[in-house]
Design a protein around this ligand. Structure first.
Ligand code: HEM
Length: 390
């Protein structure tokens, strides 16, 4: 044992020495100690058919910011907000300071920054366009598992800010909120994270704070499945190429989750913790076999497990999950974010089924909920929602 410890210690000392050598620039050029290229300069196109930040490979950090319109705001004022965000969003995502940026140096590393704008139900009344509100744009029905708090729910506007650097997210969030503060006030901010960029190979499915591989069953960006599930076909017409987002703050009851052993944890979800494979498979993306039984005739994947209950019962019940972990003074959990063409047809039946029964329910509690319509993308000279507000 002591020999092992000695070798381990030796390796650590070598590691430190290596870093030191690179740090003082001896020019020895040890491959293992070479600094990786900074990734702060990477950008994601701001303009396009769809708003960025949905089919974008998830960045490491996110802030979901809900704002409320100041009372009496009309359509012209709304257009004003959107034009400001279109300009700020373009500049910041390119790595340029916003107009009147008070900390311009913080704008120089976009780190794949995306800014995605959503409309809450009240936008349509304010704009005098109530007839254009999508049917499904309202608070979700009350679910038996919900313990919703006002401070994490609702909102007239959403700005979703994602980037691979938390300083970038912080700066963009503050700038976007500040530049419209005479017209809209911040209602809530929810910050989330995944692994830092570079920690895992690109394309690795995230893990949530229960340690589970989370996001395996998801449509691939650019696929027909993705297009069908996520992008609205034009009901109503102005929303063609847009989508909806459901943001739910789901607290994890980690103290009681700690009382479960590993097999019990795996049965609750229906998947292996280490690999993320279904309990009937070996690899993460193996198809689960819900019909498989053990020698006693008991289903290998329990019918009450999270994946068995969440499985779509028809072709409509599918959507993109692109959530983030949160770990704040009020607890830890998942900022669940799902994107779908139609909330009522795709999301609600699944959430309803999970609320009725899901083996995970004793350890997850929804404490916030909001729904937004996400207007389509736009070009230079356009703004979020121009197809509605023009
Ligand atoms: C799958 C965890 C909330 C819908 C999964 C998986 C995990 C997981 C580990 C398996 C891997 C995967 O395919 O991603 C969680 C946790 C939650 C949560 C910890 C709360 C904190 C929700 C909610 C919904 C949902 C609120 C929707 C209402 C789904 C769906 C799947 C899934 C549709 C894929 C099912 C399939 O295999 O077809 N979730 N989930 N989850 N979850 Fe959740």
């Amino acid at each position: 044992l002591s020999r092992r410890r000695l070798l381990g210690g030796g390796a650590a000392v070598l590691g430190v020495a290596g870093i030191g050598a690179a740090g003082i620039g001896t020019g020895l050029g040890y491959a293992a100690t070479r600094e990786p290229e900074p990734t702060g300069g990477r950008t994601v196109a701001f303009h396009g058919v769809h708003q960025a930040g949905i089919d974008t490979e998830p960045q490491a950090f996110a802030a979901f910011v809900a704002l409320d319109l100041r009372p009496g705001l009309d359509r012209r004022a709304l257009v004003g907000i959107m034009k400001v965000w279109a300009e700020d969003g373009r500049r910041l995502t390119e790595g340029s300071p916003a107009l009147g940026d008070t900390e311009p140096e913080l704008a120089h590393d976009p780190a794949r920054l995306t800014v995605t704008v959503g409309f809450g139900p009240a936008v349509f009344d304010a704009a005098g366009l109530a007839a254009q509100r999508p049917e499904w744009l309202r608070p979700l029905p009350a679910f038996s598992i919900d313990r919703l708090e006002e401070r994490w729910s609702g909102g007239d506007l959403l700005v979703q800010v994602c980037a691979d650097d938390p300083v970038t997210v912080s700066h963009a969030t503050r700038t976007l909120a500040k530049s419209v503060r005479s017209l809209a006030t911040v209602r809530w901010v929810q910050r989330g994270f995944r692994n830092a960029a570079g920690t895992k190979p690109a394309g690795t499915t995230m893990r949530n704070l229960m340690g589970q591989v989370d996001g395996t069953v998801n449509p691939a960006a650019g696929s027909t499945d993705f297009d069908r599930q996520v992008w609205n076909p034009g009901t109503p017409a102005w929303l063609a190429g847009g989508t909806s987002v459901v943001v739910r703050r789901i607290r994890m009851e980690l103290d009681t989750w700690d009382e479960l052993d590993r097999p019990a944890r795996e049965l609750a979800v229906g998947r292996d913790l280490a690999s993320g494979a279904p309990l009937t498979g070996n690899r993460e993306h193996d198809d689960p076999d819900f019909a498989a039984t053990d020698v006693h005739g008991i289903p290998v994947i329990p019918p009450e497990s999270h994946v068995a209950r969440a499985r779509p019962r028809n072709a409509n019940e599918r959507f993109l999950r692109r959530g983030y972990n949160y770990d704040d003074p009020d607890g830890a959990g998942l900022l669940f974010a799902s994107y779908q063409a139609d909330v009522d047809a795709q999301f609600v039946p699944v959430q309803q089924r999970l609320a009725e029964h899901d083996a995970l329910n004793p350890w997850i509690t929804p404490i916030g909920s909001a729904v937004f319509a996400v207007p389509p993308g736009f070009g230079p000279g356009g703004y979020p929602g121009d197809t509605l507000l023009e």
